[in-house]
Design a protein around this ligand. Structure first.
Ligand SMILES: Cc1cc2nc3c(=O)[nH]c(=O)nc-3n(C[C@H](O)[C@H](O)[C@H](O)COP(=O)(O)OP(=O)(O)OC[C@H]3O[C@@H](n4cnc5c(N)ncnc54)[C@H](O)[C@@H]3O)c2cc1C
Length: 394
């Protein structure tokens, strides 16, 4: 299909998206509501827009995807719980999966029937994830997995996960890693919840004890896992940095202004000044996100520019926390009961601490931007070229 849509085709498609979104975005932000939304999108020919029909997608163009995102950004967020499943695991399956893997795994991922999680981080391998110690050893027709992951978002709700594990300890750390598809219900997979500050339980520790997976669930090439993981992290930063932003959106500003109007603080000149700063920052972030999406639409692989969007989201989040505290005082860090009007703000304040960590910390984004966007000298690497099994503590 030609990439450039005629004006009337684009207008018709936008109208089709709007009609669908008006009818299907009222279900709230639960996983169940998201699954219903995604299933309905597939039925309407609007699910997995850019993915081939034979793998469960709509087989449309990136131009259609841009229109879809732009229209979607004007409606309430519904499918954010699928950000890892769709924003990270799906493109990686599409980029690196065999035809059989794509046929087997992509359709139920796209409909939301099967949720996917990302199993990269370990207790001693977060920013430096290439130091991971989980192992995968080939035994006949199966891989045997042993080790531990941590901070695995939604592992407890996921059917499958994308795992990276060490397949060769005798080469430098980046060179001996492979990527796998894991059935989260397989014997030997144990998922333990981590409880969060806001009372939620969104992520987990995941333990693997002699977990067996089929030989052909290796995703991509053996020992090429680091390159694939880097691609997935780029998708992750783009997904986080551009979430809900096919257009200029200012969701934090809207949330804060609503609260300030409600409790009368909107008349305070300092509050107004702070609100306008958030307004300007969110506008810039949307524009950066739109540029990143436009680059991807033009065929560029997601690059280190994705780190800009991710970092600015985190910087904004921290600032929003301070403004929320100024507007709402104690109300911004405590609430009394479900349905309390201040709850949206409170949850944001409590959860804002995650934004500078999840998907790579702010320091790591700054390193990437310094090194790969600005051309500054690289961060020091003390174990470059050293076989993994000769690194102290490995
Ligand atoms: C909400 C949330 C969801 C997550 N979901 C997932 C998930 O689904 N799957 C998954 O695999 N992981 C997930 N993570 C884990 C996340 O990727 C890691 O927490 C993150 O990469 C940081 O690793 P770490 O926690 O081990 O911190 P560390 O790497 O130990 O970092 C500690 C501190 O040292 C700093 N630091 C480290 N190295 C450098 C350096 N070279 N230069 C400058 N400073 C440095 C860091 O910036 C940080 O301040 C999630 C985390 C959060 C908060």
């Amino acid at each position: 299909m030609s990439e450039k849509l005629r004006t009337e085709e684009a207008a018709d498609f936008a109208q089709r998206c709007r009609t669908f979104l008006s009818a299907h975005t009222g279900g709230g932000r639960s996983i169940e509501a998201a699954r219903d939304f995604l299933g309905a999108a597939v039925d309407a020919g609007l699910g997995g827009i850019v993915y081939p029909q034979e793998f469960g997608g709509a087989g449309l163009t990136k131009e259609h995807d841009k229109i879809w995102r732009s229209e979607k950004s004007r409606f309430p967020l519904v499918d954010t719980e699928y950000i890892i499943s769709h924003g990270m695991c799906l493109p990686v399956l599409n980029d690196f999966g065999t035809s059989e893997q794509k046929k087997q795994f992509m359709p139920s991922n796209i409909t939301g029937e099967h949720m996917w999680c990302q199993m990269f981080s370990e207790p001693n391998a977060g920013s430096d994830v290439a130091s991971l110690r989980t192992t995968a050893v080939l035994d006949g027709d199966e891989w045997i997995i042993n080790g531990q992951k941590v901070w695995t978002t939604l592992a407890h709700r996921s059917h499958y996960g994308v795992l990276i594990a060490r397949t060769n300890p005798e080469v430098p750390k980046h060179a001996g890693i492979s990527m796998f598809i894991v059935d989260m219900a397989a014997p030997g997979v144990e998922i333990r919840p981590i409880h969060q500050i806001d009372g939620g339980q969104h992520f987990n520790e995941v333990f693997f004890t002699d977990v067996r997976i089929p030989k052909d669930w290796l995703l991509g090439e053996q020992n090429n896992g680091w390159n694939q993981a880097t691609a997935m992290l780029m998708y992750e930063r783009v997904a986080i940095g551009t979430a809900g932003s096919g257009d200029i959106t200012r969701r934090n500003f809207d949330m804060l202004a609503k609260r300030a109007r409600k409790n009368g603080r909107i008349a305070d000149p300092v509050v107004r000044d702070e609100l306008m700063t958030i307004y300007a920052m969110e506008t810039c972030k949307s524009l950066v996100a739109m540029r990143t999406r436009a680059e991807m639409k033009a065929g560029k692989a997601p690059g280190p520019g994705g780190s800009l969007g991710k970092l600015s989201g985190s910087v904004i989040s921290r600032r929003v926390r301070a403004v929320a505290q100024n507007i709402d005082g104690l109300g911004s860090i405590a609430w009394q009961f479900e349905g309390d009007a201040g709850q949206e703000l409170t949850r944001h304040v409590l959860n804002s601490f995650q934004d500078g960590i999840a998907g790579g910390t702010d320091e790591i984004q700054r390193n990437i931007i310094g090194d790969r966007v600005l051309g500054l000298p690289r961060d020091i690497s003390v174990d470059k070229g050293v076989p993994f099994n000769e690194i102290a503590g490995s």
